[in-house]
Design a protein around this ligand. Structure first.
Ligand code: DC
Length: 243
């Protein structure tokens, strides 16, 4: 099966706190691609549930809300959005880039992400985004469900303790009071939920580049991906010129 779009697609999957967001954002900036944080879309579904006083298992109601909502994702623009966010998410005309980052919304997102109807709607929206522009899209099912024909597939991972340590630091910066041990348990639980859910559980595909960032800085990870993409783009252009 050949890819339906001519745009360059980078698909990145991996467990929680592997650095997918930061790496994807920097990568998108260097390559001038759109960064698509698909986790933000599941968070938006959870936020809609919260705003409408629904519980996170009310599948039909949440599916209907998300299907009828306008979701816009873009790279942050201007001084106003230079506030540390990795992506800007406009939900029904409202900037919800930070509202989706609360612990409650994060927990809700991992619950609504187990619901088939929600996944179907969001996967369709994600496929559409990648049809019209070059993207770095990250999530848990991008390499095998959303963009199975992506030009480059990466499974970005790191040791559990290193990921928990990174998440713990992020919490400290945000003023969230949790011990490292609590965060290890939380990350482990989140991994289990993502990897054992019935629909599209997170896993590395056979054709993914497994990138273990345990011993690498973010800059080293980004540079190695940029090198690879540049080589691929040059090869792709070479092939096109010969046609
Ligand atoms: O990456 P994140 O923490 O913002 O993702 C929020 C939740 O959504 C997380 O529990 C995993 C889930 N998710 C998913 O199931 N599929 C995706 N493509 C992206 C995120």
């Amino acid at each position: 099966m050949s890819k339906s779009s001519n745009f360059f697609q980078i698909a990145i999957d991996g467990p929680v706190a592997a650095g997918k967001g930061t790496v994807s954002r920097l990568l998108a900036e260097k390559l001038n691609f759109l960064y698509v944080d698909t986790g933000a879309m599941y968070r938006a579904a959870a936020l809609l549930a919260m705003q409408n006083n629904l519980s996170f298992d009310q599948e039909d109601e949440i599916a209907s809300l998300i299907a009828n909502s306008k979701l816009e994702m873009r790279n942050p623009e201007g001084d106003k959005e230079a506030d540390g966010r990795l992506t800007t998410l406009i939900l029904n005309g409202e900037d919800t880039s930070w509202a989706i980052r609360t612990i409650r919304c994060s927990d809700g997102a991992s619950k609504v992400a187990t619901l088939a109807k929600i996944r179907k709607i969001l996967v369709e929206k994600q496929k559409k985004i990648a049809e019209t522009q070059n993207v770095v899209m990250e999530g848990r099912d991008i390499t095998f469900k959303v963009l199975p024909e992506a030009d480059l597939k990466i499974f970005l991972t790191a040791d559990l303790k290193i990921r928990a340590h990174r998440r713990h630091l992020q919490y400290l910066i945000k003023g969230i009071d949790k011990t490292l041990e609590e965060v290890i348990v939380e990350v482990k639980e989140r991994d289990e939920r993502d990897m054992s859910r019935q629909i599209d559980p997170l896993h590395p595909t056979a054709d993914s580049w497994i990138l273990d960032s345990s011993q690498l800085s973010i800059g080293e990870v980004v540079d190695s991906i940029v090198d690879k993409v540049q080589t691929m783009i040059e090869e792709k252009n070479g092939i096109h010129e010969k046609k």
